[in-house]
Design a protein around this ligand. Structure first.
Ligand code: DAH
Length: 411
């Protein structure tokens, strides 16, 4: 999005604050809202954090022991606490990290799409809301932690549907191996030799056994079917993905691998080897608690919260399914158009009332070369029935603001 677009989007989001705010119940005290906004909305030309996003930071859902995310986190930590290795546990790191922590330390190159402003929330050119908990790996390794778990909220600009929300939670795990476990090896300077060595295999095998054990423990099913697939992450080599077979479907649950030599080198640990993994808590919790929509994790509705108890995985009973309201919007796009900017605008205006934004038609006029997109917005509250009047007002704002902030031409 051109700079001016971002500035305008922020202005718009601010102007619309009363609309967006009324979506969340109960309302945060004004002072906290202002504080959140002043910290994250810096005025830097690269800042693309909106008030809506700023007010998601610090909710700390993963620290609430009777919240499904807290229950899953506690369960994972309990599994690791029962293993021979002792894991240091972190869950309070600041979600604001530097591009060095989030990307450079992890071998993520400057041109990687995950670093772009269309995918990531930046406070300044060098500070951002972490896109993954891997952002803390190197810092803990440098501090001398040999095995640790690290949980936190992460932020990504993305599509809008029942399983995508701009903020979600991840847990990172890291374990280094002793010299003895590596059969006395400390010189790993020959990269090819390391990857082909029996010691690399020892690390990968331990990783896989540990994580299969974890998933069976979390699903409380020793016979759970799992499968491994090779994958690619810039910060692990080799890299893997773990799937589980649950309710007739293969589900991707985590990414992991043997920590890349360059990552360890940068931490002053060239003589050490180990593994790392990262998993999404919402994904696991949605499956295990049968939670149908990711927005529910953020609700303050008692009918949600009273269903959960610390230490217990239980099946969520939807208290009601309110009817959806569908609204379409179609427009010609300028060349600079980025779909995530439209998603962001929709979230800024409709907040958690928007269940889904779906591109239902896109075409390019062969004569003018102009592209048109048509989106279907699904409005549906998790907690109450919506009125025509409020939805029409939101849709009208969305149309007006798309035209002014994103420079689209409404059709
Ligand atoms: N950070 C990755 C993500 O967000 C997940 C991940 C993959 C973490 C592999 C790891 C790892 O530590 O080794 O998609």
């Amino acid at each position: 999005m051109p700079r001016q677009g971002v500035v305008m989007l922020l202005a718009v989001a601010r102007a619309l604050r009363p609309v967006a705010r009324s979506v969340r119940t109960p309302v945060r005290p004004r002072s906290t809202v202002a504080e959140a906004e002043s910290r994250f909305i810096t005025g830097h030309p690269d800042c693309n954090v909106t008030p809506y996003i700023a007010n998601l930071v610090g909710r700390d859902l993963h620290k609430k022991s009777a919240h499904p995310l807290g229950i899953i986190k506690d369960r994972i930590e309990a599994y690791f606490a029962g293993l021979e290795t002792s894991y240091d546990v972190f869950d309070g790191e600041d979600p604001v990290v530097t591009t060095t922590q989030c990307f450079d330390d992890l071998n993520i190159p400057p041109e990687h799409p995950g670093r772009s402003k269309s995918d990531t929330y930046y406070l300044t050119d060098t500070e951002l809301l972490r896109t993954h908990t891997s952002a803390h790996q190197s810092q803990h390794l440098r501090q001398g932690h040999e095995a640790f778990l690290c949980t936190g909220d992460v932020y990504r600009r993305d599509e809008i549907d029942a399983s995508h929300f701009p903020a979600f939670h991840q847990m990172e795990g890291v374990k280094l191996f002793s010299e003895e476990e590596m059969n006395g090896q400390t010189d790993f300077s020959d990269k090819e030799a390391w990857l082909a060595s029996p010691e690399c295999d020892i690390v990968a095998k331990d990783l896989k056994a540990t994580l299969e054990g974890l998933i069976k423990y979390v699903f409380d099913d020793p016979d759970l079917q799992t499968r491994w697939r090779d994958d690619y992450f810039p910060f692990t080599e080799p890299s893997f993905e773990l799937d589980v077979f649950y309710q007739d479907e293969w589900l991707e649950v985590l990414g992991c691998g043997v920590i890349h030599a360059d990552v360890l080198d940068r931490c002053g640990l060239a003589s050490r080897r180990g593994w790392a993994f990262g998993l999404g808590l919402e994904r696991l919790a949605m499956v295990l608690f049968a939670i149908p929509d990711i927005r529910l994790f953020w609700t303050d509705d008692e009918r949600f919260h009273k269903q959960f108890k610390a230490g217990q995985v239980s099946t969520f009973k939807p208290y009601s399914k309110y009817p959806p309201v569908f609204k379409d919007i179609a427009f010609w796009c300028p060349e600079s158009y980025v779909e995530n900017d439209f998603n962001e605008l929709a979230r800024s205006i409709g907040g958690e009332l928007i269940e889904r934004v779906e591109n239902i038609d896109t075409f390019t006029n062969p004569k003018t070369g102009k592209t048109s997109n048509c989106y279907r917005i699904t409005y549906r509250s998790m907690d109450r029935s919506l009125t025509d009047v409020e939805i029409n007002a939101l849709q009208d704002s969305l149309r007006d603001e798309a035209a002014s902030a994103l420079s689209v031409e409404l059709r």
